[in-house]
Design a protein around this ligand. Sequence first.
Ligand SMILES: [Zn+2]
Length: 399
Amino acid sequence: MNEYHVSLQPESLMTHMKAICKGIGPRPSASEKEKQAADYVEKTVRQFGITNIERQLFKTQNSPGWIEIPCLMAGLFGIAFAMVGGLWGKWIGSILLLSSALVFQRFLFVIPPFFNKLITRWSSQNVIVKVPAANQAQRTIYLAGHLDSQKQRFQFPPSPFWMMKIQTSLTVVAGIIGSILLLVDILSNHPTSLYWLALLGFLYLYGLLSLIYDETQPHVEGANDNATAISVLLAMAQALRDQPLQTTDVVLLFTGSEEAGCTGMESYLKQYSPSKENTFWIDIEMVGTGNLCYITRHGVSYLSTYLPHPDMVAFAEQTAHKNPHLRVTGKDMVIIEEVANLWKRDYKAICIAGYNTDGVLPNWHRLSDNLSNIEPATLSRAAFYVWMLMQEIDRSNSS
Ligand SMILES: [Zn+2]
């Protein structure tokens, strides 16, 4: 046994893991199972004797497919119009291709599309738990972890993994190139090669069919992604009840529908508008196997990079340096998660994640993301690191 609170030890963390992965199972975004995970969190935190619990209900889409598929359909229709519709067809095609590229690119920064109202037809929830500081609070740490789990998705990420950034970037680039080709055609009266349009059309069709196929896949157990985060957050609740931070309130933010486009975090920030001045945000993703890192660069395409806040990188670096036994390092990762919502609003945020021997997210969006592939010792090490990181921020006098 070491000096860390019992709740941060492997046995205690694995109790939550079993309850979430086996007791509840796969947790599709905005589903009854996701709600059951929210209920489990609330019940468990109440058992710890913590009563400052709030539930925020919000409307969301239940799959990223509600944005990705219309984007690819717009591109495909755009090309079809351009090929058969004469001058007007080319104008419509150019506009559709450009819109497709822009909406898709914004989605890579989790910005809701212009047709958001049409697709947010499901109910989801965030569970918000507050553990106050021992003394007068000078700042707030937010710990985020999502409740839902994704489908198995062969395009997100594709195999091999290195294709992820190329493929995702291509979706945006194809729309822009197609749109420009058609504009040149219209303005110069020089017919665009049918060959290029056909090639683009083939790419869109391939992308569209692949995405539709992914929508038919089963939901994964989501042990690593992201029952590990729920377990770590619950462990923090229990430990903080006994050993609250000195001058830092902690808000545990169990978010809904992250997998559908980070809509839980988006709804929280919209409704509550937390201060940017004295808040520190730590998102936890897939920390149950392999190696651990704080992410130094995020994004799933070359056109959608986002970064952690430098202040948070400094805290994460110091914590890793002071605790070499926890073996946490800074690392660029191919990932999209809730730091994106925070980054675009200039919050001080960072993500703690796991990676495998290939340097990528382990078992990401595959059926192999199940409880049997979780290493309790790694999960516990992640909990120790998050605990030490919170202590570092609490001691810092920053606001
Ligand atoms: Zn996740």
